[in-house]
Design a protein around this ligand. Structure first.
Ligand SMILES: *Cc1c(COP(=O)(O)O)cnc(C)c1O
Length: 358
């Protein structure tokens, strides 16, 4: 296993840190350090913990031109015991490698991923906020760094980890959101990269997200690219539809849906509760009809950033419908409270999801 060279940062004073942690927002405040590891013909090398700061790159850097780049996202929590807990980090390590394979990038040993994340979290543990709804959002990413304009997989790469103390993802708090059903733009197509965390997936979703915002909505819901009929997922969240007797429906991992760690956790938690979860294609017509008839009790979205958020309304060019009076339902609230309780170390964790430093 690589050892990390440590170049300590000038640590910002406690008062400055406290002021930033009071209301960090999402993704705009960063800790004192970052991790970088390089890849070349001899494999992974030069693992370092260094001060957070700009990268120096050739303007010909492959990632800037052809988007051979990926990312991950996970959170660290300040636990009541005073320790730091990470939520299922090995799932992110595995998914990073699935993405790397699809983008013709090198695999990163899972233990190296975990060591990189823990090294940064330990160095900057004073930046893990402990307020309600707060956590340290960790952003590992990998970019192709060959200074070469030919189109081919790069031979050199940079893996880095940065961390950002964060509050609630939506500034509005836990109130149900309104989504825009995108009929003009697709996020992912069969055979494409929708099932992996490629940075480029986000570039192609931004126009739809801008349209959603213009329509007064918080998030976009994407449909399948072929028939524009089957619900896939939201911009950075997977979707669940809740029926009578805590029966949950979620679209299956069909190759264009991102396999969220939160999605998997929700499914396992629901089944642990004795609830039923059906992974099956779910159409936008079914969603609307069942919301209008009242058969559909709740809809929620889930992902690392937001954890769980209720969807109260859905809007599209064809009009709008409301789900159960646009109020958060009991299944959504129960799953959110359990998941957040496990993440924050307040509830028993029968799954072993919250991990301490090895
Ligand atoms: C990251 C992401 C999710 C959520 O995945 P989590 O592992 O739960 O954070 C859902 N959809 C897309 C498109 C994503 O990129």
């Amino acid at each position: 296993m690589l050892e990390f060279d440590i170049v300590p940062a000038r640590r910002r004073p406690a008062e400055e840190r406290a002021a930033l942690l009071a209301d960090p927002g999402f993704g705009r405040v960063f800790t004192d350090h970052m991790i970088t590891i390089k890849f070349g013909e001899d494999g992974w090398h030069d693992a370092r913990l260094i001060p957070f700061g700009p990268l120096s790159l050739s303007p010909a850097t492959a990632a800037l031109h052809y988007s051979q780049e990926l990312f991950e996202g996970l959170k660290a929590y300040a636990l009541p015991s005073g320790e730091i807990g990470l939520f299922r980090p090995e799932a992110n390590a595995r998914r990073l490698n699935a993405t790397a394979e699809r983008l013709a990038m090198p695999a990163l040993p899972e233990e190296l991923f975990l060591k990189a994340v823990w090294t940064l979290v330990e160095a900057d543990r004073d930046w893990v906020p402990s307020g309600e709804g707060q956590s340290l959002y960790i952003r590992p990413f990998m970019i192709a760094t060959d200074p070469f304009l030919g189109v081919r997989p790069s031979s050199e790469y940079l893996f880095a980890v940065i961390a950002s103390p964060s509050g609630a993802y939506f500034s509005g708090g836990a109130k149900p959101v309104t989504v825009w059903i995108s009929q003009d733009y697709s996020r992912a197509a069969p055979g494409g990269t929708g099932h992996v965390k490629a940075a480029a997936n986000y570039a192609v979703s931004l126009r739809a997200q801008a349209q959603a915002q213009d329509a007064g909505c918080d998030q976009t819901v994407f449909l399948d690219a072929v028939e524009q009929r089957w619900i896939e997922e939201s911009g950075s969240m997977n979707l669940f539809f809740v029926y009578e007797n805590s029966h949950l429906v979620t679209p299956p991992l069909n190759g264009s849906i991102l396999p969220g760690v939160t999605r998997d956790s929700v499914i396992r938690l629901a089944r642990h509760n004795g609830w039923t979860v059906e992974e099956r294609p779910y159409s936008v017509d079914e969603w609307r009809a069942d919301a209008e008839s009242g058969a559909l009790r709740e809809t929620f979205a889930c992902g690392t950033g937001v954890v769980i958020t209720a969807i109260g309304r859905a809007r599209s060019r064809d009009g709008e419908f409301t789900i159960a009076g646009a109020a958060e339902g009991p299944v959504t609230a129960s799953i959110r409270d359990t998941l957040v309780g496990i993440q924050r170390g307040r509830l028993e964790d029968p799954f072993g999801w919250s991990v301490r430093r090895p």
